[in-house]
Design a binder for this molecule. Structure first.
Ligand code: TYM
Length: 333
């Protein structure tokens, strides 16, 4: 059996990048025979970026509803909220004590914050919390707790999976073979979805398209995608075009080939944007309807998450007992 595990940070509204890069492939994977799936809401991770309680809570509801609207079947998938599993922060500490500080120094998010400070001649660690520094250790605990072998993520997360392997290998070397070494699974067809400005679609760049934006808002956002100044009739480049990449993520290969031809033939940007709107809305409209119904009943979602947590702890509680014992945290008598 393959164990697939992935999470989404509950620090904002789910966007098309989360959908195409994580939710859609994960739901598809959960339906394959021989696959056991663990999908969760990374709300402890959210506290690293979002120190606004109302926003974290709202995002948790939205992301839970998004998973369910996109077809996650909670009877088949282990679906839970990270902070409902107290064994996860407990395991984080055990891993902290085998994690090399030098490795954490190289983590992209931490390094980017330090580099920014240095460029501005500020103290290198100005505004950097220990939480940001420890981010990869918490993520390793998420993965190792459930002995996942495959972790489907966007390219931005691959370094974290490699760190989880490193911590797991060190722990196993010291204390015996307790952890499975996980591997990142990247869907080559998805890669990184660009946002409105052509950079990676990300909450931090404020360039996202919300997954469940009403069609009118979706249209407004799509028409604001940055394009070059070529007029209708002039041939357009598909290479490096955010518009084209977004289209490709939602279209069939045949539609994509036809769209590439239209670029070569000089389709106007307005027509190209309209085509993009139709292909995204075609896929998202039925999901949006289910989402609206789900989000209107937070108590039902809460109940599902609690059930999911109880089920996940049937793994986490005994495994944590095993790990405590392995490191010497044992009863004395
Ligand atoms: P997060 O919340 O930033 O993103 C969630 C998932 O969405 C993917 N993603 C994208 N994929 C393609 N194009 C984009 N523009 C795009 N933006 C986001 C991310 O790659 C990710 O798969 N640290 C993780 C959450 C996490 C986790 C874990 C993941 C916590 N513990 C354990 C896997 C396993 C994060 O911040 O993802």
């Amino acid at each position: 059996n393959t164990r697939v595990l992935t999470g989404i940070t509950t620090s904002g509204t789910p966007h098309l990048g989360n959908y195409a890069g994580a939710i859609r492939p994960a739901v598809a994977a959960s339906r394959r025979p021989g696959v056991e799936s663990f999908y969760f809401l990374a709300d402890y991770h959210a506290l690293i970026k979002a120190q606004d309680p109302a926003r974290v809570q709202r995002s948790t509801l939205e992301i839970a509803a998004a998973w369910l609207a996109c077809g996650l079947d909670p009877d088949r998938v282990w679906f839970y909220r990270q902070s409902d599993i107290p064994e996860i922060p407990e395991l984080t500490w055990l891993l902290t004590c085998v994690a090399g500080k030098g490795i954490l120094n190289r983590a992209h998010a931490y390094k980017a914050a330090v580099d920014r400070n240095v460029a501005e001649h500020a103290d290198p660690d100005a505004g950097v919390t220990a939480g940001l520094f420890m981010y990869p250790v918490l993520m390793a605990a998420d993965i190792l707790m459930f002995r996942a072998n495959l972790v489907p993520v966007g390219r931005d997360q691959v370094q974290h999976i490699e760190m989880a392997r490193d911590f797991a290998a060190r722990f196993n070397h010291l204390y015996g073979e307790h952890f499975v070494l996980p591997e990142a699974a990247i869907d080559e067809n998805v890669a990184t979805l660009p946002g409105l400005d052509g950079r990676k679609m990300s909450k931090s760049y404020d360039n996202t398209i919300p997954l469940f934006a009403p069609k009118a808002e979706l249209k407004k956002l799509i028409f604001s995608i940055v394009t070059d100044s070529r007029a209708p009739g002039e041939s357009k480049d598909t290479e490096g075009s955010a518009l084209f990449q977004l289209y490709q993520a939602f279209a069939t290969p045949e539609q994509t080939a036809a769209f590439a031809q239209a670029f070569a033939d000089g389709i106007g940007w307005g027509d190209a944007k309209q085509a993009l709107l139709e292909v995204i809305d075609g896929e998202v409209a039925p999901l949006r309807e289910r989402y609206q119904a789900l989000i209107a009943d937070p108590a039902a979602i809460e109940a599902r998450l609690r059930e999911g947590a109880a089920k996940a702890r049937t793994i986490a509680t005994p495994f944590m007992r095993e790990l405590r014992h392995a490191v010497g945290l044992r009863d004395l008598g």
